[in-house]
Design a protein around this ligand. Structure first.
Ligand code: SF4
Length: 363
């Protein structure tokens, strides 16, 4: 593209955005704190899912100080069901850093923002351009797809070479002086028009510049390297009753799902029965003895890099005093109190079935 094409591209895109942008709640504010929360929530998550979470989160923690002073359990509870829980833990930690180091004002420097927990290159560029109008291109999944199609990028954009090409194209097209609006416009184009399947090329404001369309090969871009098969894991968990209470424990703060509550249990080893696995795992995790009463349910869940089958068993407490050996904390809770704790989605599916079974009298 020559300079005239670039100016035309920007003009068409910005005019379209001005007419068509969705009036999302985080677009009605200039508060860096709220824009930051929205950007973290929007990572790997669709807008339609984020909106109600965002509203609830901002109601619960309207300011940076409110978030920094909240207990992590309260933050995780607000995040429950949104997935990628490291985002919530990092948001909480970063709010505490911002309160301590910057008196609660979001830092206006790229070098300071990028040092905050959970903030990478993408989020820094989004916040810096949207809030401070810094001339940094934002490259999320939507922008990546648009650029790969506009320029018919012939390598996988996830490869090192592909990333470099896309970044160079993003820099080339960035509307200097309007970076925040431009970044939101190109993200919106990817979300609303240049969708992964069936892009709306006839109504696309930049279709005259699109090389993929000229070749009639929109579906071929972005180029994808063959995907590796995701491993599948079997996990056995115990719903341990003692009188009218159930034992739950809290995962260690680090790693996947860190800080969330769950039913005790763990990986089934090769050749091990699910029942033996659940008894062994509970002993290792909490140092108590249980008896398996009966199988309850199996739920399936997909994570980004693996899938799991979670086999849940109704169990009876036999002996011992729980110790937090493989967890951070544990609690005996009544069934109606389970909703006060943040659980991973797969455990949530078991809880829904527990409520149903209890209501129908089958347990
Ligand atoms: S013309 Fe089609 S493929 Fe090209 S950018 Fe527009 S919507 Fe995407």
């Amino acid at each position: 593209m020559n300079q005239n094409d670039i100016s035309q591209f920007q003009h068409h895109l910005l005019t379209w955005y001005d007419d068509e942008f969705r009036d999302l709640p985080w677009r009605q504010t200039a508060d860096p704190y709220k824009i930051w929360v929205s950007e973290i929530m929007l990572q790997q998550t669709q807008v339609v899912k984020v909106v109600p979470y965002y509203k609830r989160f901002i109601d619960a923690f309207p300011t940076m100080h409110d978030l920094a002073h909240a207990h992590l359990d309260q933050v995780l509870k607000q995040w429950e069901g949104l997935g990628y829980y490291a985002r919530a833990r990092n948001l909480h930690k970063a709010a505490q850093v911002i309160v301590q180091k910057f008196s609660g004002s979001f830092p206006a420097s790229e070098a300071e923002i990028v040092k905050l927990p959970g903030i990478g290159e993408y989020t820094t560029a989004a916040i810096m351009s949207i809030v401070f109008n810094a001339e940094l291109p934002v490259i999320d999944g939507n922008v990546n797809r648009v650029l790969c199609r506009i320029f018919a990028v012939e390598v996988d954009p996830k490869s090192r070479e592909g990333r470099q090409i896309v970044r160079q194209k993003a820099e080339l097209l960035l509307a200097r002086g309007h970076a925040g609006t431009y970044n939101q416009a190109i993200m919106e184009l990817g979300a609303m028009i240049c969708t992964p399947r069936s892009p709306g090329c006839t109504v696309c404001p930049v279709n005259t510049f699109c090389q993929a369309r000229q070749k009639n090969k929109q579906a071929d871009y972005p180029i994808q390297s063959p995907k590796k098969k995701r491993p599948h894991k079997h996990i056995a968990v115990a719903i341990i009753w003692r009188n009218d209470k159930i034992l739950i424990d809290q995962r260690k703060p680090q790693g996947l799902l860190g800080g969330l509550w769950e039913f005790p249990g763990g990986h089934v080893e090769d050749g091990e029965s699910y029942e033996k696995a659940v008894i062994r795992e509970v002993k290792e995790e909490l140092d108590i003895n249980i008896k398996v009463t009966r199988f309850f349910t199996t739920v399936f869940h997909q994570y980004t890099h693996f899938t799991i089958s979670l086999h849940a068993f109704l169990c009876q407490f036999i002996s011992g005093r729980p110790k937090a050996l493989g967890c951070t904390d544990w609690k005996w809770v009544k069934m109606e109190e389970l909703s006060n704790y943040a659980f991973p989605r797969a455990n949530g599916k078991i809880i829904e079935q527990l409520y149903e079974s209890f209501a129908s009298g089958s347990i």
